[in-house]
Ligand binder design. Structure first.
Ligand SMILES: O=C(O)CCC(=O)C(=O)O
Length: 336
């Protein structure tokens, strides 16, 4: 079935002051009415590099941020700026291709989550987010199929694989520090997430300019069902976090990586770390893009509170469940 892409709707409605009704959020979601204006939130920014890193301090900062915010930004992460710029360039060039070329790698009923697409979650009220996306796995190699990687631009694969290699170095460190922060062995959290079989799923979000950014949302409010998400946005503001019952803009820091604690780490940690509730807004003039990589347990892997973190004072707060069953319920809005 041919889908209406948001990018096509946006280019047709450029000079309008209206958007189709399925993009107009209910009044309790509309960003103009629900954002705390004039406040850009200082999500913890953690320096994880440099010549003399103080690992104890890093573990402390990451642990505190993961408990309190479920989110932090990291700088000095060791991924060269050029590697991030190339990832962003090839992704942008893909979305700037003619529609027919992008549709060559569109999602199919058989492709699961992978491919070029528009709607992700089943939205109960039939509403849509002002965003198109591309999903494909980047690691481990036995789950990567290049069917959903763009052939055009030709440098897409090299640039994306290079980012993936560098990203894995960072994610290994982050997961190790998160593990230590729970009082576990260095590798314990990684193993509980799926070890070397943990799937790295790249998503590219493309949020075209929107005639009514006051009424529409990009990605609607959610927590990530992944274990951990590592994201780079372009320079256009758009990420918001829910804190103290209000929505706030998250400050954009050039070349920082944004880290979200996802549902699976919340569960593994028996609620000590919190999955962050977030959403995105869009703008009238600019295209925003973002590149989250979701670190997901393999489909058959069972996730539940790590036994060392459960005791009489801290009974299990979550059920044990295979990741594929968790994902099915989440995507279909069925209680877990
Ligand atoms: O674009 C962003 O900054 C966040 C994207 C996001 O939350 C998602 O794709 O699930």
């Amino acid at each position: 079935m041919e889908m209406d892409r948001v990018q096509s709707i946006a280019s047709l409605s450029k000079s309008d002051n209206t958007i189709p009704s399925q993009f107009i959020r209910s009044s309790d979601e509309q960003p103009a009415a629900t954002t705390v204006h004039g406040v850009v939130l200082e999500v913890p920014v953690i320096d994880i590099g440099g010549d003399s890193i103080d690992e104890i301090k890093i573990v402390e900062s990451i642990t505190e941020a993961s408990k309190d915010w479920g989110m932090f930004q990291v700088v000095n992460h060791g991924i060269p700026n050029e590697v991030i710029s190339k990832l962003q360039k090839v992704g942008r060039e893909f979305f700037e291709l003619p529609k027919e070329e992008k549709e060559l790698i569109a999602k199919t009923p058989q492709s699961g989550i992978e491919g070029y697409g528009t709607n992700l979650q089943k939205e109960i009220d039939g509403k849509k987010g002002w965003v198109d996306h591309l999903f494909h796995k980047i690691w481990p190699s036995n789950v990567v199929t290049y069917d959903f990687w763009p052939n055009n631009p030709p440098e897409y694969r090299e640039a994306t694989e290079e980012y993936g290699r560098k990203l894995r170095e960072v994610s290994d460190k982050l997961v190790k520090w998160l593990s230590l922060g729970l009082g576990l062995e260095e590798q314990q959290l990684k193993v509980a997430m799926g070890g070397d079989d943990t799937v790295f799923l790249l998503k590219i979000n493309y949020y075209p300019p929107c005639p009514r950014p006051d009424l529409a949302l990009g990605v609607v409010a959610h927590t990530d069902m992944s274990a951990l998400t590592i994201l780079v946005p372009n320079e256009i503001q758009g990420l918001q976090v829910f804190r103290d019952e209000h929505w706030y803009d998250v400050k954009y820091i050039p070349n920082a990586l944004i880290i979200h604690i996802g549902d699976q780490i919340e569960i593994l940690s028996n609620g000590k770390y919190k999955a962050v509730f977030h959403r995105t807004t869009v703008t009238k003039e600019n295209t925003r893009m973002s590149w989250p990589v979701f670190l997901e347990p393999p489909a058959e892997h069972e996730i539940g509170p790590i036994p060392n973190l459960v005791n009489e004072q801290s009974p299990p707060k979550y059920k044990n469940k295979k990741y594929k069953d968790y994902a099915y319920c989440k995507l279909n809005k069925i209680p877990q």
